[in-house]
Design a protein around this ligand. Structure first.
Ligand code: HXC
Length: 257
């Protein structure tokens, strides 16, 4: 597959997608957004890939949706083009996706990072939802995912008054998993993804699905989902192998079956 606005490569067992619109601070135009999800879905199907990393460049992870592309749009065009729904493709990705964020993660850039499963940030990362400054609001999940992560008041400040979070704040408030020097953020994200790629694939999938359920439902329903995901793992070869390997004091050899 040839892409124009993202770059793809496989490092070890990690599928890496890099935004490639540096001249526009990696703003998401329709082409880049489509290619991002095409690439992630291709990696999701690829047996050689166990986990994924999405990154931008040191200055900008992504500065949001392309303002120039939507400046003159009518509501009708926005709706018929499914401008917001297109971002939901991230929810169909089964393998773990890690955002490696340096510099600006604004608007849709912040929202996409939040839609990933984990965030590794450089010390220069800045997270914000500046849509209010251009007369709109977040449309790719920012109001909901930030509120679930940060609580109401800080989310209100970010969404209504363009409060940005530094990398240190993102770590403090649980938005970033870790913050590392800028020279290391990508390598560390890839190393984390490689570690995850080395785990029992079906268990990783069930775990991701169960944790995500916590953001969708009540505790009672969430616990049911956890049980529904827990029991079937006992029908897998990997469960038998994992427990046997523990008892035999050796490393497990996962088959993904
Ligand atoms: C289109 C953008 C852009 C964007 C930057 N550029 N962000 N183009 N859409 N979101 C372009 C600039 O126009 C400029 O192009 C070039 O990238 C470099 O940007 P500068 O502003 O000159 O750089 P700098 O001064 O370093 O400032 C960086 C920045 C700023 C802080 C990231 O660019 C900025 O505030 N960008 C907009 C952020 C934003 O409002 N995002 C929310 C978008 S709405 P030229 O041609 O002049 O060199 C959104 C809603 C999502 O995301 C909902 C889902 C549909």
């Amino acid at each position: 597959m040839t892409y124009t606005s993202v770059l793809t490569e496989i490092r070890g067992r990690v599928g890496l997608v890099t935004f490639n619109r540096p001249q526009a601070m990696n703003a998401f135009n329709a082409v880049m957004l489509g290619e991002l999800f095409d690439a992630l879905e291709a990696f999701d199907r690829d047996e050689n890939v166990g986990a994924m990393v999405v990154t931008g460049n040191e200055k900008a992870f992504a500065a949001g949706a392309d303002i120039k592309e939507m400046a003159e749009a009518s509501p009708f065009e926005m709706i018929t083009q499914g401008r917001v729904e297109k971002w939901d493709r991230i929810r169909g990705i089964k393998k773990v996706v890690i955002a490696a964020v340096s510099g600006w993660a604004l608007g849709g850039g912040c929202e996409f990072a939040l839609s990933c499963d984990m965030i590794v940030a450089s010390e220069t990362a800045k997270f914000g939802q500046p849509e209010i400054t251009i007369g709109v609001i977040p449309g790719a999940g920012g109001t909901q995912r930030l509120a679930r992560l940060l609580g109401k008041n800080l989310t209100m400040e970010m969404v209504i008054n363009n409060r940005t979070l530094t990398a240190a704040e993102a770590l403090q408030f649980g938005l970033a998993n870790r913050v590392v020097p800028v020279e290391r953020y990508l390598d560390d994200a890839v190393a984390l993804a490689e570690e995850i790629a080395g785990r029992a694939p079906l268990a990783v999938h069930m775990a991701k699905d169960a944790v995500n359920a916590a953001f969708e439902t009540t505790l009672t329903e969430g616990l049911k989902t956890e049980k529904r995901n827990f029991y079937p793992l006992f029908s897998t070869e990997d469960q038998k192998e994992g427990m046997k390997a523990f008892i035999e004091k050796r490393k497990a050899n996962w088959k993904g079956k």
